[in-house]
Structure formats: C-alpha cells, structure tokens
Design a protein around this ligand. Sequence first.
Ligand SMILES: NC(=O)c1ccc[n+]([C@@H]2O[C@H](COP(=O)([O-])OP(=O)(O)OC[C@H]3O[C@@H](n4cnc5c(N)ncnc54)[C@H](O)[C@@H]3O)[C@@H](O)[C@H]2O)c1
Length: 432
Amino acid sequence: MIYEKLRNKEATMAVVGLGYVGLPIALEFARDIKVLGFDINAERVELMKKGIDPSNELDSSEFDGCDIEFTANPDDLKKANFFVVAVPTPINSSNQPDLGPVLSASKTVGNALKKGDYVIYESTVYPGCTEDDCVPVLEKLSGLKMGDDFKVGYSPERINPGDKQHTIRTIVKVVAGNDAEALEEIAKTYEMVIDAGVHKAANIKTAEASKVIENTQRDVNISLINELSIILNRVGINTYDVLECARTKWNFLNFTPGLVGGHCIGVDPYYLTHKAKKLGYHARVINSGRYVNDSMGPYVGKQTVKRILEQGKNILDARVLVIGMTFKENVSDIRNSKVIDVIRELDSFSVNVDVIDPWADPAEVKHEYDVDLIPEAKQGAYDAVIVAVNHKQYDNMNEADFKALMNDDQGVLVDLKGLYRHNIKDLNYWSL
Ligand SMILES: NC(=O)c1ccc[n+]([C@@H]2O[C@H](COP(=O)([O-])OP(=O)(O)OC[C@H]3O[C@@H](n4cnc5c(N)ncnc54)[C@H](O)[C@@H]3O)[C@@H](O)[C@H]2O)c1
C-alpha cells in the first residue's frame, strides 16, 4: 500500500511545480517522508537548493530538517511513486482556460509513471479536467491504464498567500480518488501533514467543482458589493459607511468593494463558465460578476480624473501617485494585478503617473507591465494620490502625510479600501 511505503520511506513523493502551492506542500511532507521537488524552472530550483523560496512566502528555516531533493531534471522523477501536480492553471487573453502547463506536467509525469504509482492533481481546474484531459495524457505516455495500473486523485489547495493564520496544516483538505482504495490511501497520506483533517469527496469531479465554486462564490459576492459601490457613489454616500451599518445584521455577508486580481478569484470562475458553455449553458450570474469586477480598474481611473477636473485643473498636466502594484496587500505577487487597469485608464487621459510599491520587484513590474516603479514618492508633486493596495507600511498614514505629497491643498485622495475615511478633513477624499 502506497501510504505505508511512503511512511516507511520505501517510496518517494514527487511534487511537480514548486510555486506558491507546490513548495509549501513539498516541504510539509518532507518533514515526514522522502520528497522529490521538481520544477521546469531551473533558476527557481537552484534557489530552493539553497533554502530560498523564490515566491518569498517561506523563511529559510522552513527548509530545515526536510528530506527533500530539488531537481529540474525530469528523468529524476522515475524514482518517485506518488506524484502531486501543482502547476499553474491560468487563462489566455480570451479568458479561456490555458491547460498548457497542466497537460505538459501530465506528459512529464506520464513518462515517469510505473505500475502501482499515484498521481494527485492540486491545480485548480473545472470538473472533469483530471479524468477527461489529464488522465488520457498519463495513459498515452506511460502505456498504462488508470485504475488497473495506476491511481489518480484530486485535492484542491486552499492556501491564501500572505496569510500566516490559514496554513496547509490548519485548513481542512478535500481529497478524492478514482476508486475507494485510492481515496483511502490518498486520505491517509494527506492526513500525515494536515492537522485539520481531510474531507473525502464523493469523486474527483466533486472535489474539482468544490474548489472552483469556492472562488466563484467569492467573485460573485464581491461583484455585488462593487456594483453597490457604483450605485452608492451616485447617491453620494460612502459604501464603507453603509456596509458598517448593514453588517450589524447577523446574516449580512462581510464583503468589501475592490479590484479583483490575482490568479485565483479572478481566474477560476472562467474555468467553470468554460465548462458550463461546453455543456450548453451560458452562465449569466457568474459572467456578470466577472464583467463588473473586471471593470473596476477603469472605473477608479475615471473617478480620479473626474475629481481632478472638478478642481478646474488641466488633466494633461496632472500627476497622480499610485500606491501599491501587487494583486493584494502584503504580498510580492504582481501577476494579474488589476492596479494596471487603473494606471492604463489614467494613461489614456495622458495623466502622468508615478507608482510605488515596497513589496513588488521593479524588474518584474517592468517586464510584466512596462511600468517603472519609482523608489520613493515625490513630496509636493501630486494632484491625486490613489491608495490602491493597503500594504501594512501605509496603515498609519495620516492626512498630513498625504497633504505633503500633494502639490496644493485641493489634492484628491482616492482610498480604495476606505481605510482613511474617518481621518481626512481637508483633502478631496473619495473611496469605493
Ligand atoms: N497561489 C495560490 O494562492 C493558490 C491557492 C489555491 C490554489 N492554487 C492553484 O494551484 C495551482 C498552482 O498555483 P501556484 O500559485 O502555486 O502557481 P505558481 O505560478 O506560483 O507556481 C507554479 C510552478 O510550477 C512550475 N511549472 C510550470 N509548468 C510546469 C511544468 N509543466 N512542470 C513542472 N513545473 C512547472 C513553475 O515554474 C512554477 O514554479 C494553480 O492551479 C492555482 O490556481 C493557487
């Protein structure tokens, strides 16, 4: 039985794809069993060999005492028996699932697969992807038959980058297998590292669907609050003040307006709508939510321009400071950050835009968005300041700090998360 063999170090686990999801899971298992960490990015592998997490989430100390070997050589995978696949599942420019990485990882694993092996997918996919898209690749490349020769499972990941409270060990993990025996073995294996325990799903499709609906539910809920924010802005009242009142009711859900970026909440719903469309159903609510959330960046840009114009200023001479470039607060990840939509909107009005972010890597921002981060904001330079991402460094900023950045006393402060709304008296304040 695979669990016993892993436990006794007679079998090896391979984690394929060592990013935000793969590396923490690999290190967690490597405290108890033998792990091989594989990634196609040789540069990242070199860093991990030195005990450095290229995603900047884990301290070097988390590598201590781990029985793990890092490699970028697919031949090494032949030593492994239990494969955990955690590669990206992005969308393409038409918002369609891009299965490229997950199929390519399936080929790599297929080439290394032997009788009795297990393959568990952790990447977020639509229901059916594991069995209908990935298993045929595994079978073709290995010449083996799923069920008879090897087993397959799915276990979605729920970690939340930057969140030190909800970690792998403390989040219940959903697990699924292609048959009862696979489910049992996979459950026991994950139970080794998940203190919160596992939840056994009825089957693989159920586990796949559970993950994609978790993020779809968040996306749709946020879109409702974003739409309310647009309406309440027209009414002339502050959304956060309204939410504060509404939240005093026990069953009011706690969502706030904002930019929905990153590679989970703004992406996963498209996997579900893609599947729905293939099954002949056009998902209206989910797509409307996506539309509203994707239009928030341009909306914030326009609202800023409007407020600068209201000061009687020439927009072509205006200078705006954008604070924060990452997809959310206190992380360095800039992928799919919707702050770029705010910047592009301002650009389209020929506004001069400066961007600062102490978390983001300037070279990555340049490469991904062709934006040059400046190391520090200029004093007395701006017609408007947009606090787009509430990194902890900015929590204690006060009106005097913002005033010092403005070029006159009519400056516009755009505070997406409504953090400073009780403390701004003189500046032209606006929040979502
Ligand atoms: N980041 C999160 O918070 C989070 C949370 C839950 C679920 N997920 C899901 O987990 C999956 C992985 O996401 P992530 O954030 O860890 O991605 P990531 O981009 O941080 O890491 C992916 C890693 O996989 C490697 N890789 C890409 N193609 C590969 C291949 N063919 N073979 C081997 N390695 C390959 C990359 O080099 C990279 O190191 C995605 O499906 C994502 O939706 C992510």
